[in-house]
Design a protein around this ligand. Sequence first.
Ligand code: FPP
Length: 246
Amino acid sequence: MDWKSQIDKSKLPKHVAVIMDGNGRWAKEHGMPRVFGHRSGVKAVRETAEAAAEIGVEYVTLYAFSTENWNRPKFEVDALMTLLVSTLRGEIRTLNKNNIRLEAIGDLKNLPSKCYKELTEAIEKTKQNTRMTLVLALNYSGRWEITNAVKQIAAEVKAGNIDEAEINNELVNKHLTTSNMPDPELLIRTSGESRVSNFLLWQIAYSELLFIDKYWPDFRKSDLNEAVATYQKRERRFGKTSDQLK
Ligand code: FPP
């Protein structure tokens, strides 16, 4: 099926978020170590970014490393950080060629210094690009982000800069790492697992969730296109009734 031709350009999601899951199981099925699965996942990252840019999505956010992922074996954590550094270094040219800007959300300063340096460099070198923003969620979790926002707002109230009565959705949004982006209309998770694993908890309040039965290293452009076409068939009611939308 040519999913790309099924996509209605007037109803595109502006922001697609992705939980890239199943690298370890994919590797196991291929009789390889888990790290091989992560390495093979880079191709899927490339395909996703290119497919999203081709159809006109404005933001793609990828869950690359959660605050809980530090609990994995040290060998795997080190391999993921090394992979991140080498991928960032290798992809800057392609990002610039495709006019894609790189951004990152999460507790970035607490990443290994080499990783943080490479990341900030890649962000700096692609900041002029305008076609799409590729956001890496690194050392990120939704609860970490919301807790931070609460702390910042509490400090502002304490300092007398804002009144408690002024705290609303918009103000909370402003204190999130995604304050400059629209909420994702579509959240994709690969590998057949049906959970959100602490990803963008505030922002996905009204997102359409799509769980795909494929491991991340097998995810291709046509899967992204199919996901968008499927999203477009959903009725988004935002708490209203179906009749009210007509
Ligand atoms: C989840 O699969 C995947 C991750 C925790 C890491 C995602 C990282 C990549 C795809 C590598 C490249 C990414 C960038 C942006 C350079 P899993 O290990 O939880 O798989 P499993 O559930 O089968 O064990």
